[in-house]
Design a protein around this ligand. Structure first.
Ligand SMILES: Nc1nc2c(ncn2[C@@H]2O[C@H](COP(=O)(O)OP(=O)(O)OP(=O)(O)O)[C@@H](O)[C@H]2O)c(=O)[nH]1
Length: 672
């Protein structure tokens, strides 16, 4: 696509959802757009772009590519809204394209609007209303701890989960279907946990459900987690049925009625639109222990689902969609997950994608552990065949075949890496800006001149020095293991900073990123690397490993090398000034200290201190300028010999009796 004025605008709008940006960057995009628009409207003659636009470009590289003077470029970028721009400020391709547009370049659209969430969108099949069929409602039971969620599910499944469960707390999201006793209709129940620690999982449960059964104990009425569940149900737009539980605890009918009335009043106080006040929320008092009114509860759900007119496309031709409810690695079967089908028909041999992994479905089991040939919308089944474990709550979509799945997973990984790189670049620009500002502040306070300090991208003014690494590995498992092992290495002075971590042989982008950020490339299990990577012209350090602990050792060593050196002084010789001689050289009188070496060997250019008196006051700290034995220049004078010494910095204020201590600075080994 060739950009014109309107297409620039479209592209800009498209850019924003791509990666999450700090607000200041969004502001920049806004003003860059306007600037680009103004520039383009000035003339219609567009220049061709004769160079490749890399993913990331420094301002000085852009200046070289375009022959626009760097000062002008910095000035114009600042006008556009970029702040603290310097020659090494990094621009992502999308910004470079916008900047080029503002200089009347004809920019081919190279940027991508894909996000990790939208990569698989094009795999979806469009809805065909003819294929829509009625489907069972998906129901979640929510409520306060111990109000009876598991007992209801237990009753419905007619199993003994309550008595088997450790501590009586449901620890996972399971799912099962029941046939209602009267209308013989199917309902899918998601078994969501009731403990506060599993709030996160419960949120997931709520988003894929149609109906929430809000469980309220007749003994306790509304409790904190009841209100929380209510909030979630409202936020996710679920329909609701209230089950007032444990009514069998009240043998006295009057007390029972009073308890139910209290729950009703409390619900009205919390603005729950129950039927009694003209709302649509049905309230069913039940006992899951005796089974009283349980049929009524089930039929209330069926009634509500009919009103909701729940439908989904099914059939083998429809692209399958669904959600992962839970996922685990089993010793016997490998990676196993429970999938809730929301569209299409799940069958053995189908290929599914989820997150960064995919699956060729090897087996399908229902909630009773029986093999089944297929699963249809609103049915949850356990499947095997995943390459890696998919994440609970993640969306699943069908791919035509394994090759398509691999292609799309690779595409997603690339999008994630680009987003990460972009975030890192933003962070780096910000770090540099902060550093430059604090440097400026210090300079203005001290009145000294500003020195260039921009060759040290990893250093921060405050906090530990960040040493940058880019991790490349053979498979995602090893990359994750490496990141986990090295991410926390360092101490309060120096810290490991992983700029990016991804699978595969380093590519042009990685090298560019390493150059910009001064990173060392850590390659794991990648086999022999191409010559142009190992002997790259930018002198990027590329280290290769096939044993993780060697890699960890190397990172530790690199971090150690970055610790500030500490030196110890070590005395190597001593001498005493015995006499002072004056010599005239070209009408100038110079002093020579006549000394005797007391210990060690005194050498020319040695570092010395001159110490005076009993309190050992240091009167000079510098170097020996000349060393003579007799009239001859000497490079070394040994113990018990006499010699003549002059000192650096024209120091001549010594006195007979002063001690000369010859010393060396020895680097102290440092460890993390
Ligand atoms: N009498 C009576 N006891 C009930 C009823 N429902 C639940 N209980 C009891 O109340 C206790 C808690 O019930 P659970 O079903 O585990 O409650 P929960 O809400 O699933 O609890 P968490 O999983 O911890 O959130 C158990 O001892 C149940 O036997 C009921 O209708 N009548």
């Amino acid at each position: 696509m060739i950009r014109s004025l309107s297409s620039v605008h479209i592209a800009c709008c498209r850019l924003e959802p791509c990666v999450s940006r700090p607000p200041f960057l969004s502001r920049i995009l806004g003003s860059t757009r306007n600037y680009a628009k103004r520039a383009i409207s000035r003339t219609n003659e567009l220049k061709p772009v004769t160079f490749e636009i890399p993913s990331y470009t420094s301002v000085s590289d852009l200046s070289n590519m375009t022959s626009i003077k760097i000062e002008k470029l910095i000035r114009d970028l600042t006008k556009m809204g970029f702040t603290n721009v310097t020659h090494n400020y990094i621009l992502s391709r999308e910004y470079v394209e916008l900047v080029l547009s503002s200089y009347n370049y004809k920019v081919e659209d190279q940027t991508s609007s894909l996000t990790p969430e939208t990569v698989y969108e094009e795999l979806r099949s469009s809805v065909n209303p003819k294929n829509l069929k009625k489907r069972p409602p998906i129901v979640t039971i929510m409520g306060h701890v111990d109000h009876g969620k598991t007992t209801i599910l237990d009753y419905l499944r007619n199993s003994t989960i309550v008595s088997n469960e450790h501590g009586g707390i449901t620890q996972h999201i399971g799912a099962f279907q029941v046939k209602t006793p009267i209308s013989k209709r199917t309902i899918t129940f998601l078994d969501t946990p009731g403990h506060a620690a599993f709030l996160k999982m419960r949120e997931r449960g709520a988003t894929i459900t149609d109906i929430v059964i809000l469980v309220i104990s007749a003994e306790d009425s509304l409790m904190p987690q009841t209100l929380e569940a209510l909030k979630h149900a409202r936020n996710s737009g679920n329909q609701m049925v209230v089950a007032i539980t444990k009514i069998d605890r009240f043998s006295n009918p009057k007390q029972r009625e009073a308890a139910i009335e209290k729950v009703n009043l409390d619900m009205m106080n919390h603005e729950i639109p129950i039927e009694r006040i003209g709302g649509d929320v049905q309230v069913v008092p039940i006992s899951a222990r005796t089974g009283e009114n349980m049929e009524l509860l089930e039929e209330s759900i069926v009634l509500l689902s009919d009103v909701m007119d729940l439908k989904a496309e099914s059939g083998p031709q429809t692209t399958l969609e669904g959600y992962i409810l839970e996922s685990e690695m089993k010793k016997t079967t490998g990676n196993v997950s429970t999938i809730l089908v929301t569209k299409g028909e799940l069958r053995k041999g189908k290929v599914l994608i989820c997150g960064n992994t995919y699956c060729k479905v090897r087996s399908i089991k229902n909630e009773n552990g029986q093999d089944v040939s297929k699963a249809t919308p609103a049915q949850a089944v356990e499947i095997t065949g995943w390459k890696d474990l998919p994440g609970a709550g993640d969306e699943v979509i069908e791919a035509k075949n394994e090759a398509t799945a691999k292609k799309y997973v690779a595409k997603r990984l690339a999008v994630i890496q680009t987003a990460r790189e972009s975030e890192n670049v933003d962070r780096l620009n910000e770090q540099r800006a902060t550093k430059a500002l604090s440097k400026l502040k210090k300079v203005s306070e001290s009145g000294e001149g500003l020195q260039n300090s921009e060759n040290d991208p990893g250093v921060e003014e405050n906090g530990p020095k960040k040493v940058n690494f880019i991790v490349k590995g053979d498979v995602s498992g090893s990359v994750e293991a490496i990141v986990e092992s090295i991410a926390s290495l360092g101490n309060e002075e120096v810290k490991c900073n992983i700029v990016t971590a991804s699978v595969g042989v380093p590519n042009e982008n990685d090298m560019k990123m390493a150059r910009i950020t001064g990173s060392k490339l850590l390659c794991f299990n990648l086999g022999p690397l191409p010559h142009e990577i190992v002997n790259n012209k930018d002198e990027i350090e590329v280290a290769q490993f096939n044993v993780i602990y060697k890699l960890i050792e190397d990172v530790t060593e690199t971090l150690t090398d970055n610790l500030k050196p500490i030196y110890e002084t070590k005395q190597v010789a001593s001498a005493e000034i015995r006499d002072i001689f004056n010599f005239s050289v070209r009408k100038k009188t110079i002093k020579i200290a006549g000394c005797k070496v007391l210990s060690g060997q005194v050498s020319r250019n040695a570092t010395v201190k001159i110490i005076r008196g009993a309190d050992e006051k240091v009167v000079y700290d510098g170097t020996i300028l000349s060393l003579k034995q007799g009239k001859e220049d000497a490079s070394l004078v040994k113990k018990n010999n006499e010699c003549g010494i002059t000192f650096g910095d024209d120091f001549e204020s010594y006195e007979p009796g002063d001690k000369i201590v010859v010393y060396e600075k020895v680097k102290v080994p440092r460890y993390l």
